[in-house]
Each structure stands twice: as structure tokens, then as C-alpha cells.
Design a protein around this ligand. Structure first.
Ligand code: UN1
Length: 499
């Protein structure tokens, strides 16, 4: 298969792939695969106006009919899963199975959103006044700006888009500049669903490709009431306050610094499998990747030795090749950053295993590395900083209280887990005094969450929730209404105002 095959198969034309200013490189070998056209920042007001016009029609289209569009999109995604997964691999460097898994996550959220389109439930509330009925109703919020990152180029967009569409909101998508092709391919697939759907308004889902000025246009527009942004904490620190300053609703999914506590009773074979997948999968470039291992001192040396041995057998290389488990980092800058971080950790007393650039047996031009394990004497500032690379810090603990304190003593609060067979330890970890993260697991690694739950985290992770549970409420506006069906006009709180 040539590199352009899946792109062409999904309907991307030479005009889409050539003649633009934005060079797209595959992390597999650094080769340029396309030059795409960026959106002119001057066009953003028009794009936002089109989304507003689409909103006026879409908000009154019945929810189940909106769900029908999402159902068709899910069908089209099923039909194009192989090609879209291949583009994720080509553009983000994920191994084939993870590229396909990301598309599956899109399909899953479509299924969820189809059901949701018939379940945008409100409440009836007991009124204190006789002959009155109180209710809470959810209405579409308006255009949703979705800003996504390179590491999951399509699934987080789909979490937002499928839910937003079911909720009655148009979508404007600004993908990472590193992964515009997956975004363009998604719009082609969605286009097929829109054709079959028939009467969706123009401009229901629009793509805006480009740099910070595109994001800025979305973030600062009062006509884009919801901004859902995935990326670094630094990005969220800029986006969040700007959206709030104009009273928009930010949904932020930012950095993670996810840990696993391994207790003395843990099933170590299972823990090792979970650790390796979470720390090394996606070359450590998930926001849910395992970055810190907090291990009971009685088993620390044994577990570390087993992990170091397991890391030595990891197949590193071309992510398209059957059997590869570690593909490339996104680019050379990510590799340089990893190497610098390892030096910093070593200078803080860390003992580094692995963590070298790999040039043999891998495609030339890609940034391949051997994943690193770093034994740390304590949780230092370097450990507290998220590094988007396969670096796993190992630290020891004596008591569970100490482990939980260390666990929570980082700025981020996305995902977390404990491996233990002791129900007291497991429940303590999940309790109000346990993990402070948005996601907390027992005997499962921190990555690879299903779409049915709300996804997101606390503290520097931004507090946003996307995907399942009642995250849909973030895409709607809440209306409390009281209807008086009596012939009296009693006032609340017993207030008297007789005229
Ligand atoms: C991300 O890295 O931004 O839980 C999303 C997971 C995936 C999503 C990760 N379902 O690892």
C-alpha cells in the first residue's frame, strides 16, 4: 500500500493534499505526505456566522432526528474504519491496532449519542406553590468550538461532535496542525452521512485548519458559546480565562500525570501487563499514559527488575508492521524533550533504564526511542511535570496514606489506579480521601478509558468532562421553568405584595 492510498480511498483529492502552505509529515519516517491549505483567519467570522445560521435550524430539529445523522455517521465510520485507522497511523504514528482502536472509540461514542438523542432528560421539581409546576429543560447551547491535539487526532473530536450534534449544536473543529489529514478525512466521511441524511443545514460541521490565530478567533467569539479544548495545561491556561471572560463555557481536557499504586497484595503479572500497556502504548503520548509508579518498598526491586526486563523485549519500529508495540514519537522535538527530561531526572538522583534514541531496525527519519524506566529517590519537580514521552518514574512507599499523599502531590488530576487485592486499600483509594483524579481504577491501568463514563480530570487537567455519563449537559443550556396553572398568584417564600 502506498502512503496516499487510505487518503484517496476516503475521498481526499490532489487539490486537498497539495498546493497549500501547511506541510504534513508522517512521524513514521519524517516524509512529507501532503501540503494542505490553511484556513484564512479573515474567514473565521464567516465560518462562525455559518455555524450560527446552521444553529437556528438544527436547534429545533427534533433530537431523535439529529440522532439519525449521528447514526449514519457511525455507519460510515464502520465502513471506513480500516482507512481512517491507517491515516491515524500515518499521521500520528500509532500502531495499527491503536489507530483502529481510536476509530472504534468514535463509533462507540456515535452509538452512545444516538441513544442520548432520545434521552436529553430534564427534571420535574416539586413547587412550593399550589397549582404550580416546576421543570428543568435542556436546550441546545449553540456552536461548539472543538480544539484537538495530535495524539488522539479523531476520538476526542468525535466525543465532542457526536454529543454536540445530538444536543442540537453545530461544530467548528480546529485540529492540531500536526494532524489535519485525519480531520479532513473525518469530514469526508461525515459528508457521506450528511448526503444520506438529506436536509441538514449547511455549515453544521466545519473545519478550520491553522495555527493559534484560528483558535483565537473561536476562543474570543461570543457566537461560539462552548469551547472544548484538548491539549497542554499551558494552552488551557490561555484558553480557559479568555472563554470565561466573555462568559462562554470552556470544557478543558489538559495534561495528566497519571500514577499507579502497586500494593504488596497486587497480582504482579497483571500489574506488569497493565503498566507496560499504559506507560509504553501510544509511545507514552496519551494524556492518560502511566507516568508514575508508586510501589510498596517490599516489592519495588522485584517489580522494577521485571519491568526493566519486559521493556528490553519491546518491539520498537514501524507502527504499520505487525507485532510492533512502540511506534515513533510525533517528531524530533518530542524526542529531544524526552532526552532532556531524562537528564534532569538523572541530575535529581534518578537511575535511568532505557530511554535512548533508536536508529537501527526502524524507518529512517522518524523519532524512535526506547521507553525509559527511572528509579527516583523521591517525587521531584521533574516527576511532577508532565512529559509527553514514554518515561515511567518508579518511587517507593511504606504506608498507603503515604502512597496516596504522593499520588495526589502533583499539579495534574486526570487518571489514576491502584493494583491491590485488598478491598480496604481499593476502597480507600476510591474514597473521598483517596485519588483526587477524574478517573480512578482498581486493577486496571490509567489509560484506555471506555466512552460510557465521563472523561476528564481535576486541578491542572482543567475540570472538563467529555464523552459519556452526563457530560452532554456541557453542550446544552439549562432552563428552569415554572408554570402557574391556578387562578391565584402566590409568591415564593411566602412574600406578600398586595396591590
Ligand atoms: C487523550 O489522550 O487525549 O483513555 C485521550 C484513553 C483514551 C482517550 C485518551 N480512551 O486513553
Amino acid at each position: 500500500m502506498t502512503q496516499s492510498d487510505p487518503l484517496k480511498a476516503l475521498g481526499l483529492t490532489d487539490a486537498d493534499l497539495t498546493g497549500g502552505m501547511l506541510a504534513v509529515r508522517s512521524p513514521i519516517d519524517g516524509a512529507e505526505i501532503a501540503r494542505v491549505h490553511e484556513t484564512d483567519a479573515a474567514d473565521m467570522p464567516g465560518i462562525i456566522a455559518r455555524a450560527q445560521a446552521a444553529f437556528r435550524t438544527w436547534r429545533t430539529t427534533p433530537g431523535p432526528r439529529r440522532g439519525e445523522l449521528v447514526r449514519l455517521f457511525g455507519e460510515e465510520l464502520r465502513a471506513s474504519k480500516g482507512e481512517l485507522g491507517a491515516i491515524v497511523t500515518l499521521e500520528a504514528g500509532k500502531i495499527t491496532s491503536e489507530g483502529l482502536g481510536e476509530v472504534q472509540e468514535m463509533i462507540d461514542i456515535c452509538d452512545f449519542a444516538v441513544g442520548l438523542s432520545r434521552q436529553l432528560y430534564g427534571l420535574t421539581i416539586a413547587s412550593e406553590r399550589p397549582g404550580h409546576r416546576m421543570a428543568e429543560t435542556w436546550h441546545p447551547a449553540g456552536p461548539v468550538g472543538v480544539i484537538t491535539a495530535f495524539n488522539f487526532p479523531v476520538a476526542p473530536w468525535a466525543w465532542n461532535a457526536a454529543i454536540a450534534l445530538a444536543c442540537g449544536d453545530p461544530v467548528i473543529w480546529k485540529p492540531s496542525e500536526k494532524t489535519p489529514l485525519t480531520a479532513m478525512a473525518c469530514l469526508k466521511i461525515l459528508g457521506r452521512a450528511l448526503d444520506r441524511f438529506g436536509d441538514a443545514p449547511d455549515g453544521l460541521v466545519q473545519l478550520a485548519i491553522g495555527g493559534p490565530e484560528i483558535g483565537e478567533a473561536l476562543v474570543s467569539s461570543r457566537d461560539v458559546p462552548v469551547i472544548s479544548a484538548t491539549g497542554s495545561t499551558r494552552m488551557g491556561e490561555i484558553v480557559g480565562p479568555k472563554v470565561m471572560a466573555r462568559f462562554g463555557k470552556p470544557i478543558l481536557e489538559l495534561g495528566g500525570n497519571n500514577a499507579m499504586i502497586v500494593a504488596p497484595s497486587a497480582d504482579l503479572d497483571m500489574a506488569i501487563r497493565a503498566i507496560v500497556f499504559s506507560a509504553v502504548g501510544t509511545a507514552g503520548q496519551r494524556c492518560t499514559s502511566l507516568r508514575r509508579l508508586i510501589v510498596h518498598k517490599s516489592i519495588k526491586d522485584d517489580l522494577t527488575a521485571k519491568l526493566v526486563a519486559a521493556y528490553k523485549t519491546l518491539p520498537i519500529g514501524d507502527p504499520r508492521k505487525e507485532g510492533t508495540l512502540v511506534g515513533p514519537l510525533i517528531d524530533a522535538a518530542a524526542r529531544d524533550n524526552m532526552m532532556k527530561t531524562l537528564k534532569d531526572a538523572a541530575s535529581e538522583g534518578g537511575r535511568v533504564h532505557g530511554g535512548a534514541a533508536v536508529t537501527e531496525g526502524v524507518p529512517k527519519g522518524g523519532a524512535y526511542v526506547s521507553p525509559a524506566i527511572v528509579e527516583m529517590p523521591e517525587q521531584t519537580d521533574t516527576v511532577r511535570t508532565e512529559n509527553f514521552a514514554p518515561i515511567l518514574y518508579v518511587m517507593g512507599y511504606d504506608t498507603l496514606d503515604e502512597a496516596i499523599a504522593m499520588h495526589n502531590d502533583v499539579p495534574q488530576g486526570l487518571s489514576s489506579c491502584i493494583f491491590t487485592l485488598d478491598v480496604r486499600e481499593a476502597e480507600t483509594f476510591l474514597s473521598a480521601a483517596g485519588s483526587d483524579c477524574g478517573i480512578a481504577n482498581v486493577n486496571i491501568g490509567p489509560s484506555g478509558a471506555e466512552i460510557g463514563g465521563a472523561f476528564g480530570g481535576e486541578k491542572a487537567t482543567g475540570g472538563g468532562r467529555e464523552s459519556g455519563s452526563d457530560a452532554w449537559k456541557g453542550y446544552m443550556r439549562r432552563q428552569t421553568s415554572t408554570v402557574n396553572y391556578s387562578a391565584e398568584l402566590p409568591l415564593a417564600q411566602g412574600v406578600r405584595f398586595d396591590i
